[in-house]
Write a protein that binds this ligand. Structure first.
Ligand code: ZN
Length: 289
């Protein structure tokens, strides 16, 4: 098989997230993309979608602002690290083991999942660009963990090191999931319960996750995950190197299931990605007040 085709198959067949306790997923020709849910699907009540009340919103009243810059550029002086998950190119060399925190090791990076011809790395890159643009508009300095969508690095531990070196206020890592369970869709937010920053950083990361969820629920047309998080859209894990190894608050977003046609249509939409960027940036602002 031509090498290019083989690599494409690897990309298409390899899932994104790894359940806690599972071995890191090497990219092989074996279809392993169906990442089974680690929690049973919960048919409980639908999460609140932040729908408006029946009454019309009050007309905003303009009052004298003490500083226009704090309202138009609320992130001035802040540094945010945006991590577009995975790499433009995947090779077997990325299977090498690197420190993942709390004594674990894991692969330098995985290929990520895909929906049709739309690879996860391309989705995270496009979404990361939209998020970086939005954050900069709000005044932030943005550091990306990879410079383009063509290279084969960096490893997950290096991304964490870059976050720490950036003296950042927080990290937003962008991913999408690949789950073949029927009807599995929606977004969820991963937090680490084993961060080297300790309990204080973990609590601030959880607060960040809740703020991001609040804005996603209010503005995004993608629902909370139907298959992870029991309707909370928040999932604590111990195996995420990029979160375990950072000293500042950070979360990883799984922005939908690329194996679900409805989610994939959203992920392909620049307008939807822009709406997500706006929601995430608003959540960032709330988290740094
Ligand atoms: Zn991923």
């Amino acid at each position: 098989m031509p090498r290019g085709l083989a690599l494409l198959l690897v990309v298409l067949l390899t899932g994104c997230s790894i359940p806690p306790g599972a071995a890191p997923t090497p990219a092989t020709a074996t279809p392993v993309a169906s990442t089974p849910s680690i929690t049973a699907p919960t048919p409980g009540p639908a999460p609140s979608r932040g729908t408006p009340s029946g009454s019309a919103p009050a007309t905003p009243t303009r009052t004298t602002s003490p500083s226009a810059s704090t309202t138009t550029r609320p992130l001035a002086g802040r540094t945010i690290v945006v991590d577009p998950g995975h790499n433009g190119v995947w090779t077997k060399a990325l299977n090498r083991q690197v420190p993942a925190g709390n004594g674990r090791t894991k692969a330098c990076n995985s290929s990520g999942t895909a929906g049709g011809d739309f690879a996860e790395h391309a989705f995270t890159w496009a979404t990361g660009q939209a998020l970086a643009d939005r954050l900069r508009t709000l005044g932030a300095t943005v550091t990306l963990t990879r410079p383009n969508d063509r290279g084969s690095g960096p490893c997950v531990n290096v991304r964490a090191a870059r976050t720490n070196a950036a003296d950042a206020d927080l990290l937003i890592s962008l991913h999408a999931d690949g789950n073949l369970a029927k009807g599995a869709r929606g977004y969820h937010i991963i937090v680490s319960s084993t961060m080297i920053g300790g309990g204080a950083v973990e609590r601030r990361s959880m607060a960040l996750a809740r703020n991001l969820r609040s804005h996603l629920d209010a503005t995004s047309t993608m629902p909370r995950s139907t298959y992870i998080g029991d309707g909370t859209a928040i999932h604590a894990r111990t195996d995420i190197a990029g979160l375990n190894l950072i000293t500042v608050p950070g979360v990883m977003l799984e922005l939908g299931n690329m194996r679900n046609a409805t989610d994939l249509a959203l992920q392909r939409s620049p307008a939807w990605r822009a709406s997500v960027a706006k929601a995430l940036a608003a959540g960032v602002v709330d988290s740094l007040d």
